[in-house]
Write a protein that binds this ligand. Sequence first.
Ligand code: GLC
Ligand code: CA
Length: 512
Amino acid sequence: MPGWLRDAIFYEIYPQSFKDTNSDGIGDLEGIIEKLDYVKSLGCNALWINPCFDSPFKDAGYDVRDYKKVAPRYGTNEDLVRLFEEAHNRHIHVLLDLVPGHTSEEHEWFLESKKAERNEYSDRYVWTKAAFQGIGGHPYIGGEADRDGCYMLNFFKCQPALNYGFGKVTEDWQMSPDDPACIATREAMKDVMRFWLDKGCDGFRVDMADSLVKEDDENKSATGAIWKNIREMLDTEYPEAAIISEWSNPYQSLKNGFHADFYLDHHGNGYNTLLRDNETPGGDHSFLKKDGNGDIMRFLNDYLPKYDATKDYGYISFITCNHDTPRPRRTLGYDELKLAYALFLTLPGVPFIYYGDEIGMRYLDIPTKEGGYHRTGTRTPMQWDNSKNHGFSNASADKLYLPLDPSEDAPTVEDQLKDPSSLLNTVKELTKLRHEHAALQADAEFEVIYAEQDEFPFVFRRGDLIIGINPSEKKATASLPKNGMKTIYSIGDVELKDASLHMQPQSFVVLK
Ligand code: GLC
Ligand code: CA
């Protein structure tokens, strides 16, 4: 386990929307370099940068055309290497985004693979033996190539599935995961990883990590075996490199070699019930909403078994949001957000802050861009200050990658830095607190002290610290295991009388 993950607080950057330095309206690597001091000042010591590789951008860069080349709109490979160096000078680790399950249909492997004549890349993707032989249960993709076959998609139409084999081979065109062609795909992906690790990156966030081996990969054991093999390579060659999966199944991901796995927003799962439960009939029952209709047990019943079963293998990552989910500001106000982030920054595992969530940027209702669809509203330019385009770019407004929040009260870093009680300053206090106390970091023990169905507060222990959170608008009380604890940090009003904790509406406390 790379030791640096223990105290890591990640900042996710969607590069096209962070900071534009050459006035073309699109964020770039130079812009990220310029803002590293800001990232540092926020208390974040690790970055995840969404795909920044050459791409036709039909899925915002998740359709990679060349894994080894930075997209010209963001800069050059040399710029990325400089970014690694500048980040390391500030003790910031950098994860790139690895997309192992598919490429762009414009990747040279695919251009070769779709040729009628057999060649080195014919089996790099999943193909049937004839254009009129479909793939059961999958969209029928034939007629796009001279090759007489149908190929499989992994996500959008522009993303053909790389061939890692099938869990159960039932058709003559399917291969087993240990077929030399499937092993060649895995080795090609290792080669991509080595390429960037050798240049100084610190690991990868892995896109759709569970999608490698196709049908009847029971319990994802064949996909898991591939990751175990990749992890062995890392342990031998790059022991400080981290891999974090988009999988949202820690039983499968962490036990198969990932250091951390995202707890994604799946309707009704534990994470979703904390702040995104807005699809449940009868209204939003999120625990972190101040109306107090949430139930912490919905979170714990899902989270605790996962945590207990996997804590010896790796970390579960809480996110404020990501480039695929609505921003939390869509349903929560600033006061609610402070408590939400306080919870995420004191739970076990490795937390992630999505750029702009630290100032409560809004989810905008805007038309799709680069395959974003409903996700586009979460991908708008960072709002730095009150100058032109909120300091994102000097381009004219119509050239911007996406429009900015047009509201009078659009949050900006500049405004919030001036206000000691702003969301931004609260996030800084919380990250500082986490760095100061090993008990709040990834590994320290976690134990529930008080959690009752439909009741508040929620009280838990991390190492020698006790944390209480009352997101509701009502006062709430709980008993503590011992007398004489002292408050080391609080939001809102909290009172301690012997061993009883009295929490005013919308409050949070860390006790020692
Ligand atoms: C992941 C990414 C998402 C992308 C998809 C296909 O879910 O987070 O943005 O569209 O994979 O690569
Ligand atoms: Ca630019």
